[in-house]
Write a protein that binds this ligand. Structure first.
Ligand code: ADP
Length: 494
């Protein structure tokens, strides 16, 4: 059977109180009783002294008699006199233990208490008392002229003392009972509060077990329960943090696995693409070689074969070079020969180099560039912009244009390469940086493209802490925006 802690504590408190009250009332009542007994003894002893004086006085003032005769003759009257004098019931005995007078109503008989044992004691010149019901019989020697001449018995009512004790006991019982009930209720209410706090702690522990972590201590108290609540709160936070850390680790691991899987997939695709891309020019070369083997004296075939083989080997050469570059970039940490570069002069220089090719296609190249410095590998910078300008030429339209501009913004140098060419369709925007991706394979191939240029460009840009995006172009053509960290005059190396 489950008994709640508050009931247990309350009952325990009640038991303690009962024990304390019982012990207290026992000792108080015993003390009172002893005190009353002492008082009574003193009171009766004083009366005995008075009685002795009175008896002696009577003995010496009357006719001279022997103590025995005196007691026999005057006992009755003396007892009545003494009773009136002391206000107590008085009985007198002679030295033989014979009752000689009493102020008690009625004759001695079976209804009267037997005090013979006490009487024997008192006849030996000692004080004795005996209690019967609520009466106390006090027996003391009566001194004669020479020796003890009898015994006086004073009857004292204990009723007053007893009723006082009863009242005291009743008082103890009623106040004790009331205190007990009251303290049980107060204790129950108090323990109820503690039990409620324990209940909240228990609920928090269950919440934590269900991974429902707590955001504050469940109980705010300045005692052990409060400390326990704080402990549970900190424990909850620790568990939450470590589980969050584990989840984060698992998430990262999952991401890494996914990335690895994607990389593996990319790798496979890349190898497949390389094989395919290499096969095409090789097939073309082989076909011409086969034809030449058969018709080696056909001058027209010889002319076509020379042109085609030269073109395909150029493409193959270009492809091998770019694949090698890409592989080197991806595999090894790029050996950066970074230096402080002035963007305006570099862009003007690169445009100058590409100008001839652009003009051959009837294209105009314009520049709107301002001086700015970046920290970059010069070779990579050249490579990036030669590739972009090459594409802007290859995928342009007759009489088209190419525009290059730069600006400094947010601590970076932003460079835009914009052309008025055929543009890049929406569905290809996400893919053009992938290796071997071409929008139009035939057009790309016709212009000697490999599908590796932009992939290489993005790799180079990222290695130089740069960014490259294909801008949304509204009026046709394509526009690439690149950015590199700006180097301010303050940062120039000495
Ligand atoms: P490619 O050697 O074929 O030019 P790139 O990686 O340089 O390979 O470019 C990938 C593809 O993106 C190209 O085949 C082409 O379809 C498209 N592309 C790149 N630059 C431009 C541009 N300036 N205008 C239009 N299309 C472009």
């Amino acid at each position: 059977m489950r008994v709640s802690i508050k009931l247990k504590f309350s009952l325990f408190l009640a038991l303690l109180l009962i024990l304390a009250l019982s012990v207290l009332s026992y000792f108080v009542l015993r003390g009172v009783e002893r005190n009353q007994q002492g008082q009574t003894e003193i009171y009766l002893a004083q009366h005995v002294t008075t009685v002795n004086l009175r008896v002696k006085q009577t003995y010496y003032t009357g006719v001279r008699l022997t103590p025995q005769a005196f007691m026999q003759q005057r006992g009755r009257a003396l007892a009545a006199d003494l009773a009136g004098y002391t206000g107590l019931e008085v009985t007198l005995y002679d030295s033989q233990g014979q009752q000689v007078g009493t102020s008690a109503q009625g004759e001695p008989g079976p209804g009267r208490p037997d005090v013979s044992a006490a009487l024997d004691y008192a006849l030996n010149n000692k004080v004795a008392y005996q209690s019967e019901g609520d009466k106390l019989f006090y027996l003391a020697p009566l001194q004669g002229p020479e020796e003890q001449m009898g015994v006086v018995q004073l009857q004292y009512s204990l009723q007053g003392a007893r009723s006082f004790q009863q009242t005291l006991l009743n008082l103890f019982l009623t106040t004790g009972g009331a205190v007990l009930v009251l303290s049980f209720i107060i204790g129950y209410l108090y323990f109820n509060r503690a039990a409620a706090a324990i209940g909240r702690l228990k609920k928090s522990a269950e919440d934590i077990r269900r991974a429902d972590y707590i955001s504050a201590p469940p109980v705010k108290r300045k005692d052990e329960l409060g400390e326990l609540a704080e402990g549970i709160y900190f424990m909850s936070r620790e568990i939450e943090d470590s589980i969050a850390a584990k989840d984060e680790e698992r998430r990262k691991l999952q991401l890494a696995v996914e990335k690895l899987q994607a990389l593996e997939q990319q790798q496979k695709q890349y190898i497949g693409n390389i094989s395919h891309e290499f096969k095409t020019p090789l097939t073309s070369i082989k076909a011409y070689v086969d034809l030449l083997n058969m018709y080696d004296d056909d001058p027209e075939l010889l002319h076509d074969a020379k042109l085609s083989i030269a073109k395909e080997t150029d493409r193959l050469y270009e492809m091998v070079e770019k694949v090698l570059q890409l592989t080197a970039l991806e595999k090894y940490d790029f050996e950066s020969q970074a230096e402080l570069l002035e963007v305006e002069s570099m862009l003007r220089d690169i445009c100058g180099r590409m100008k001839g090719k652009a003009e051959r296609y009837g294209l105009t190249v314009s520049l709107d560039v301002k001086p700015a410095h970046i920290w970059i590998d010069k070779e990579s910078f050249m490579h990036i912009f030669i590739n972009l300008l090459d594409n802007a030429i290859k995928y342009n339209v007759p009489q088209g244009s190419i525009h290059l501009r730069n600006e400094v913004r947010d601590g970076r140098v932003w460079i835009t390469v914009r052309d008025s060419g055929i543009g890049i369709p929406e569905e290809s925007r996400d893919k053009i940086f992938e290796p071997f991706y071409t929008v139009n394979r035939d057009r790309s191939r016709a212009s000697g493209g490999t599908g590796l240029g932009l992939s290489l460009v993005r790799n180079l840009v990222e290695k130089q802490n740069g960014t490259i995006v294909l801008l949304e172009s509204s009026g046709g053509g394509a526009a690439f925006e690149l950015s590199f960290p700006l180097v301010t005059a303050k940062q120039f190396p000495l």
